[in-house]
Each structure stands twice: as structure tokens, then as C-alpha cells.
Design a protein around this ligand. Structure first.
Ligand SMILES: [Zn+2]
Length: 361
């Protein structure tokens, strides 16, 4: 009997993805009794891979999964989404879960810190084999993470719960990355990036906020973030900025007229992807390295996010259109999950040890 499934496609979008089928046994739901399917699973006809196969699977399914909206920071510090809370063994104080890993797979996790009532999901762009832009000794994946951590602590100080999609330098495919906020039922998601290459000299920051074309809430979110970050950076008036001529709040559309960036097309949660400043411009790279940068951008983004959460508005927000079709980002086939960690046992009770070994299988 199929008791639970996890998929990026079911019921909503028909694009490519993964599905994990879990079935129950007398031992309950365990990840060992599961089937993991993705685009590369043998037996899926080539011409059926994207739309049809997953679409059919989705539309014919009447399953709904009652899933807790919980984040988990695993024992090794990896941020994952909880799919199922497993019943705790009677003789154990260690909680166990089936989680969705960064690569989008289902896996057992033991212990860790549960995070609930998440309002804002923060996505530090890039990571692992996809390092993003690199200039003047800066790597984008690392700058994005530092900014994300600063934003998280600023939000925490204001009583706003947030959760990072990525907690150190590892790869997450877009199809998995884009779903964190939906799974956590967050109010909004912000994806943090730094721009390259340089385009043209400018007297003002070239900050850009990309928004979802089908969501006024995304436009509102992007507008608040853009205006706040632009204003904060513009105070560094001695910087020789760089900018695109249409920098601002932008819907980036591909040839089909839909959102180009997976981080915007995939989530249903209102999301904005922000290019804060240009890594590739030496003056801006120096600002990013200075101690003034993190407080300036994290406070600016927290101001915007706080306003988004506390002052809902029915006003309609405008954005301009940029036509751009992006190359494919690295996908599932190259994704290697980071170690989720395992608990330390300080006693040598036979059952506890057995449990630890089982969890590590
Ligand atoms: Zn980027």
C-alpha cells in the first residue's frame, strides 16, 4: 500500500522532477521501503519524460500528504524539510524523521533541531559544483551565504522566524531548492545573489529584484526589497557603481513568455530573487569585503520583509519585463547530498547502538 509520496510535480506543475513513493509495513513508514524515481529512472520513455509521465502521475493521483511544515537542522548542520515525523522508539530519546534532502531525495534523519512556524525562507544562491560568479577573491556562493546568515540574525532579533535553504557550501538543484518555502508553508522566500559581469558605469547602485510574473504578492515583495536595498546602498555615494539600463523590479521572461528563473517559476510561495550588487565591479567588491556591507544590506532587507509581513496591501505593483532565456542549471544527476550527521551515544545500551547502526545504513 502506498502511504506517502513526495514529488515536486504532483497536482500542480507538470515539469520534470522527482517522486519518492513510500509504503507502509508493520514497522511503519521507513525510507528503506521507498522507490525513488526521477528523469533518469530506467523505463521512462524519452519522449514521455517531462510533461506527460509526470503530469499523468500527478493528475491521476488522489493522494494528499499530510505533512508537517517543519524545518530541521540536522546534527551535521544541514537544513532540510521534514516529510514525516517517525514515531519515537520507546527506549530512545532520539527523534527520527524522513526528510527531503538538498538533492530532493527522501532520507532518514536522526536528531537535530526542529524549526517551526517559519515565516521567511532565505535562499543563499549557488553552492557546491555551482559556485556562481567569482571576482577579486570573492565567490558568490560564499558572499550569498554570509549575507543570508546576517539577514537571518537580523530577522531573529525582530522576532521573525526564518530558515536558510542552504547552510554551507553544497549543491542544491533548482527543482529542489525552489520547493523549500512551499514545503515549509512560509509567507515569503528571498533568494540572494550578487551580479556579474559589469554592464555600464552608473551613479547609483544596479540592484535588481526579479519577481514572479503571475503574483502581485511577489511584485510587492520585490518592490519593497528593491527600494530598501537600493536606498541603503546608495548611501555609499562615493562608490563607482555599475548597472543595467533597466535595473529595478523586473519580470524575466523566456521565449515561452514564462518566468526564466527556476527560483521564481517553481515556488507557489511569493518569492523574489535579488541581485544586491556587482561582484564583478572592483569598487563594489571592495564594499562587499568591508565591514559596512553586511549590516547595510541585512537591515535593509529585514526592513522590507518586516513590512511585507506586517502591512499587507491590496495595491497592485508594477515591474518591467526583460526577455532572457537562461541556460540549464546543474540538475539532480550531479547532486551529492551532504552528510546529515548521526547521533553520538554515550552509553552502550545494546538497543541504542542497534538503532544508531540502523539509522546509518
Ligand atoms: Zn547568482
Amino acid at each position: 500500500m502506498l502511504v506517502a509520496s513526495s514529488a515536486k510535480s504532483i497536482g500542480t506543475q507538470f515539469d520534470s522532477g522527482t517522486i519518492t513513493l513510500l509504503w507502509g509495513t508493520k514497522n511503519g513508514i521507513v525510507p528503506e521501503n521507498s522507490n525513488y524515481l526521477d528523469q533518469n529512472t530506467s523505463g521512462i520513455p524519452d519522449d514521455n519524460k517531462s510533461m506527460d509521465y509526470w503530469g499523468r502521475l500527478g493528475t491521476s493521483s488522489e493522494l494528499t500528504l499530510e505533512r508537517p511544515s517543519l524545518g530541521l537542522i540536522t546534527l551535521s548542520g544541514v537544513n532540510v524539510v521534514v516529510m514525516v515525523e517517525l514515531p519515537q522508539a520507546a527506549n530512545s530519546s532520539v527523534a527520527q524523521y524522513i526528510v527531503r534532502t538538498p538533492c530532493g531525495r527522501s532520507q532518514r534523519a536522526v536528531g537535530g533541531e526542529l524549526i517551526k512556524d517559519i515565516q521567511i525562507v532565505i535562499d543563499p544562491g549557488h553552492g557546491g559544483i555551482d559556485g556562481g560568479a567569482g571576482y577579486f577573491g570573492l565567490r558568490e556562493h560564499s558572499v550569498n551565504l554570509s549575507v543570508s546568515e546576517a539577514l537571518k540574525s537580523e530577522l531573529t532579533s525582530r522576532g521573525i522566524n526564518s530558515f536558510l535553504v542552504r547552510s554551507s557550501n553544497y549543491h542544491i538543484p533548482l527543482a529542489s531548492r525552489g520547493l523549500y518555502a512551499d514545503h515549509l508553508q512560509a509567507d515569503a522566500m528571498i533568494s540572494i545573489h550578487h551580479n556579474a559581469p559589469t554592464i555600464a558605469p552608473s551613479r547609483h547602485p544596479g540592484t535588481e529584484a526579479f519577481v514572479q510574473s503571475n503574483s502581485n504578492n511577489s511584485s510587492r515583495l520585490g518592490t519593497l526589497v528593491y527600494e530598501s536595498v537600493y536606498e541603503a546602498l546608495d548611501k555609499f555615494s562615493w562608490i563607482s557603481w555599475t548597472s543595467q539600463y533597466d535595473a529595478g523590479v523586473i519580470r524575466v521572461l523566456n521565449k515561452r513568455g514564462t518566468d526564466t528563473y527556476g527560483m521564481l517559476s517553481r515556488p507557489r510561495t511569493p518569492t523574489t530573487l535579488v541581485e544586491l550588487a556587482y561582484l564583478a565591479n572592483r569598487a563594489e567588491a571592495n564594499l562587499i569585503k568591508s565591514p559596512d556591507y553586511l549590516p547595510a544590506v541585512s537591515v535593509a532587507m529585514a526592513d522590507a520583509l518586516e513590512e511585507y509581513l506586517t502591512k499587507p496591501s491590496e495595491q497592485s505593483y508594477s515591474s518591467s519585463v526583460r526577455n532572457f532565456t537562461a541556460a540549464d542549471a546543474p540538475g539532480f544527476s550531479v547532486c551529492r547530498d551532504p552528510d546529515l550527521g548521526s547521533p553520538l551515544f554515550f552509553d552502550f545500551e545494546e538497543d541504542a547502538l542497534k538503532e544508531a547502526f540502523l539509522a546509518n545504513e
